[in-house]
Design a protein around this ligand. Structure first.
Ligand code: NOJ
Ligand code: CA
Length: 688
């Protein structure tokens, strides 16, 4: 198959246009395999509603829909159905980089037009797309003017009290540990006043998305959104007694949530639905609900890479970002030392944080506007010299722009900063938004910031710059449309393992993240810590083994994967060979086994080399997993290098006990991987 060829297998076929009676239920649509169905209807004398069935049983019960619009009555009652139509769509599209090369996108669509009764009726359309692996729906409003949306009242009525893996509905941060409780026990307000979050606002009992659930019948559900543009992010308000959720848009200044032009359509509200936990990860629902690539081929400036950084230095407190501290990390000499180590290990990128002026006044100050300068290096850092030294050694510099949550300052400088990057041949930037947003009253996940993050992404594209935002708005699959949106943070990352006063990320953290946060998109978690006892720098240890850490290169997907530790901590550790070998761009990805919060075993095939890699992580329980190598091609031999927890390994025992075994394998062979408590295993299968 030609890798740059886009396959359109079918277009839109208008199947029906009908005039249903205003009595419920009026219209329905099924997934291509017929297992999922959605009915739309009117309830309580004129409220638009939907319900979702799986194999004929109700999964999401009758749930109403509507919008609070400033200066107008609630739009979502006293309505009739004026018309409805259905269509089918199927295509296969190619990811320029990603978890897999070819993506199938097949859905059945239903559009239902609602109209108010009475004089001067307003109208509203609900569009549902039903896939085999879930569904998405959105609001569409006609018109020519603009409106202010005060809130969106989209309900999700559950039919049982499932297990839920949730973080609180924080308007400023996703950097919470996941909680595992029954739905009826969700208590987000108890997570307020987190000691390590300097920007956090949890106004009520709500959760952030993706939020993943498992019913007692073994059905997995995950609620999120797709194609979030020019609108606030959602939180889902929880009614523990009624077992239902309702959207609450993240607010902004003066309690205004969304100012939108007409005609308008909302982002997609999405529900992943699966029989197997791993199917959530294999699903492409989030990207499929986005528009096709608008940038074309960007491989002249971005292809996936592994990178190191002048980064852990500061989180360990060995160095500092600011020059005045007297222990400035980003020096020309240190950058060259890092480039030498990266280059010797085939690592093609180096992130340098703390290179530019402003860090003396970033965290803990209220007046952070105009402080950072994104073109002026500190005196001990020669940007041009570092870039050219990197080029000589095949290591590209990754730019760093910490905005300290002063987006107006960044807006003013963005274009100049990206133009400088383009001139120097720097094609990726990590941005950061630490702290409460200025102006006060705006939030990281509100409409104003959603617009800002996207402005940076578009300005980046114009200057051939790929963007990796920290403290971002959640990913919603926009990378399909703008593939220079490469990754983001938006979770509790590696950094918490060093300075968190709660003693770092939990042992089970990364057995939950792939089934929750990762459903939204690539994660810059920044793995690669070899020295897991952080003394003398910090009085902390990590809560998982080195085998677990190596497995993250397979388990956590990102087109930019960090090797976060310092060269002197890695040295010539034999585990580094796995990182040298491991792919970062994939032909296909498979979840071999897993349960949310317990364990996960994944296999991925690298593009071009067709080498395979397996990663397995477990929670605080030791277990043995069998990996049947059915996925290997027929008739080929592979060299398997197994990086396994050693006999003393464990989160309470030895964090770095690693044994390495090598053998020849072929399709059908079975590998047995022993995972210690908090352990993991990484396997490279190199084609001979
Ligand atoms: C928070 C980011 O997550 C981290 O990676 C970065 O080092 C600091 N901000 C400084 O920008
Ligand atoms: Ca962060």
């Amino acid at each position: 198959m030609n890798r740059f060829h886009l396959y359109f297998l079918a277009g839109i076929i208008l199947l029906s246009a009908c005039q249903p009676s205003p009595n419920a239920p009026s219209t329905s649509v099924s997934s291509p395999d017929g297992k999922l169905s959605v009915d739309m209807m009117l309830v309580d004398n004129g409220k638009p509603a939907y319900l979702v069935k799986k194999n004929g049983a109700i999964l999401i019960d009758t749930s109403t829909l509507g919008l609070d619009i400033a200066g107008q009555p609630f739009l979502g009652e006293n309505m009739t159905i004026s018309s409805a139509s259905s269509s089918e769509f199927s295509e296969t599209w190619e990811m320029p980089w990603g978890e897999q090369r070819m993506v199938n996108n097949t859905y059945h669509q239903l559009s239902v037009d609602f109209q108010e009764k009475g004089e001067n009726p307003r109208s509203m359309t609900l569009v549902f797309r039903v896939y085999n692996d879930g569904l998405g729906f959105r609001y569409e409003l006609p018109g020519t003017d603009s409106i202010t949306i005060m809130d969106e009242r989209t309900q999700f009525a559950l039919t049982s009290d499932p297990m839920v893996w949730w973080i609180p509905g924080d308007w400023d941060s996703y950097e919470h540990l996941y909680n595992s409780t029954r739905f009826s026990a969700i208590d987000a307000l108890s997570k307020a006043n987190h000691p390590n979050l300097i920007a956090s606002y949890i106004p009520q009992n709500a959760v952030n998305t993706p939020v993943t659930m498992k019913t007692d019948d073994g059905v997995y559900l995950s609620f999120h959104e797709a194609a979030l543009l020019d609108y606030p992010g959602i939180t889902l308000k929880v009614d523990p007694a009624a077992l239902s959720m309702e959207t609450e848009l993240v607010g902004g200044l003066n309690d205004v949530k969304a100012k939108v032009g007409l005609p308008f359509h909302s982002p997609w509200r999405s529900i992943h639905i699966a029989d197997r936990a791993g199917d959530l990860i294999e699903s492409n629902l989030t990207v499929n609900l986005n528009e096709p690539n608008k940038l074309g081929d960007i491989s002249d400036y971005f292809t996936p890479i592994k990178y190191m950084g002048i980064w852990w230095h500061m989180h360990l407190n060995k160095n500092s970002w600011d020059y005045a501290s007297g222990k400035h990390g980003a020096t020309t000499a240190e950058a060259k030392r890092m480039i030498d180590y990266a280059s010797a290990n085939g690592i093609e990128g180096l992130l340098v944080e703390g290179w530019n002026t402003g860090w003396e006044h970033w965290i803990g100050f209220d007046d952070r506007e105009g402080v950072f300068d994104f073109v002026t290096p500190y005196p001990d850092y020669d940007l041009e010299e570092v870039v050219s030294y990197g080029k000589e050694h095949n290591v590209q510099i990754i730019m760093h722009h910490e905005t300290s949550a002063a987006p107006r300052t960044y807006d003013q400088q963005m274009d100049t900063a990206y133009a400088l990057m383009e001139k120097l041949g720097i094609h990726a930037v990590k941005t950061g938004y630490v702290g409460p947003i200025i102006p006060k009253g705006e939030h990281h996940h509100g409409q104003w910031m959603v617009q800002h993050y996207h402005r940076a992404e578009l300005a980046g594209a114009a200057h051939k710059v790929a963007v990796n935002a920290h403290e971002p708005i959640a990913a919603t699959g926009l990378r399909r449309t703008w593939p220079n949106i490469i990754a983001r943070e938006g979770l509790r990352g590696q950094e918490f393992n060093t300075w968190s006063v709660e003693g770092g990320n939990s042992t089970e953290h990364l057995t939950i993240v792939p089934f929750t946060r990762m459903l939204s998109g690539p994660i810059d978690y920044t793995p690669g810590i070899f020295k897991r006892d952080l003394r003398p720098y910090r009085d902390n240890e990590l809560n998982t083994t080195l085998g677990h850490e190596l497995a993250l290169y397979v388990v956590i997907y990102s087109p930019v994967q960090m090797i976060a530790d310092l060269p002197e901590h890695i040295g010539d550790h034999p585990g580094m060979q796995f990182i040298r070998d491991v792919g970062v761009d994939w032909e296909q990805s498979k979840v071999l086994d897993g349960e949310v919060g317990d364990f996960l075993v994944m296999a991925r095939e690298e593009r071009d080399s067709h080498n395979w890699f397996v990663g397995a992580v477990t929670d605080e329980n030791a277990r043995e997993v069998s990996v049947s190598l059915d996925f290997l091609p027929e008739g080929k031999t592979f060299t398997a290098n197994l990086y396994l927890d050693g006999p003393d390994a464990g989160y309470k025992g030895n964090l770095t006990d690693l044994v390495i075994e090598t053998r020849e394998v072929k399709k059908g062979d079975v590998l047995t991987l022993p995972l210690a408590e908090g352990g993991g295993a990484a396997v490279s299968l190199l084609a001979k």
